[in-house]
Design a protein around this ligand. Sequence first.
Ligand SMILES: [Zn+2]
Length: 317
Amino acid sequence: MSLRGFLTRFRINKFPFRFVYSDAYWMVELEDHVFPAEKYRLIYERLLHKGAKKENFESPEPASDEDLLLVHSPKYLNRLKTGRLSQSEVIALELPYSAELLDFAQLMVGGTIKAVGLALEDGLSVHIGGGFHHAFHDHGEGFCILNDVAIAMRKMQQCGAFQKGMIVDCDVHQGNGTAEIFAGDETVFTFSMHQMDIYPAKKEKSTLDVGFWSDDGDRKYLDSLKSHIPRMYETFKPDVVFYLAGADPYERDQLGGLTVTLAGLKERDGIVIQGALQLKIPVVILFAGGYAFDVMDTVEIHLNTIKMSQKLKRKYL
Ligand SMILES: [Zn+2]
């Protein structure tokens, strides 16, 4: 490939492409936690290195309390704000609770709200963050204190940006909080593809759940996905798709055991994103989890999702 071809291939801002990102995402103190907050910074830096400009990144504002109350109970929010979580709540959270953690979560919610707005304008956007799907309306769990996915969905519905939303949750862990929040809500379709024999032990009921077992691998995973997408989009006809592109179904993940390869994850991204874009349904991409033994693998998986989304955006929009 010529140098010119090389530069063109990797140039990010050949066309309008907007990301939501904040340096505050990786500055949160998590005390050597398995959650790799540095992935956000590493992805941001790699995108700049590949030719993205600072103008391609939008900074989020923290979500307001009013926004949080669209999903979370006043009592829970009060406990969060006053630092009065019970010991069992902190254990379920599996994160060191602090006021700084709440600021982090509130900013992430604002980021997802912003990213949804950009997706509606541009057809596709990427939040270099988001996907905290284990937060329930009245408690947090599994590294998630505020459910940015659910809050952004409700907020944008409420302001009339769209009516029907679909959540395609491909994180290896079930989107239990999101499923609980939208149970019985016919305007939101929750789809979760996850591993059965890991956290959360008690699965909630999504609109559609697809469960896998340890070592199921690429073929089973992708064949199953293809049997639902694009059919699911054509039937429900969402106005927007929230894609939780979790990196943790990966074969070298510390928390998951699904053994999906890097190539398999790329194919997954292609199926989810292409299915929506070819039907002109806007897609907002949220990263959700990713705990590879080598954080650079997690970074590569998320960057691959971005690359795939750019390629498909060019093709369909
Ligand atoms: Zn996960």
